[in-house]
Design a protein around this ligand. Structure first.
Ligand SMILES: [Zn+2]
Length: 96
């Protein structure tokens, strides 16, 4: 990941954190949704710190480069496509 990409992601993350902070001030939001906002904001804050380290942009599981486009779409994520274990699992219906 180069400097400009890092900068782009930082701006993206900060913007999203501000959005979440604004959403958290809306008292009509239900508790479950609030919790989701809080955990997303926390993930983003820790990813902001992650961008400052030597492991910026590297998957926490396998250590390969996470696609930049993926990070732009999901700035809160910390794993690559291969190691992404959420999504597909929840789609399966009826466990046997
Ligand atoms: Zn990985």
């Amino acid at each position: 990941m180069d400097k400009n990409q890092k900068l782009q992601l930082k701006v993206l993350m900060k913007t999203r954190i501000n959005q979440l902070n604004a959403l958290l001030k809306v008292s009509s939001t239900d508790a479950e949704q609030l919790q989701a906002y809080v955990s997303e904001a926390e993930a983003l804050k820790s990813n902001l710190l992650w961008l400052e380290t030597g492991k910026a942009g590297l998957c926490f599981k396998c250590g390969c480069d996470i696609k930049f486009s993926l990070l732009v779409a999901y700035p809160e994520r910390r794993s690559c496509e291969k190691c992404d274990d959420y999504g597909e699992v929840s789609l399966s219906t009826g466990s046997k």
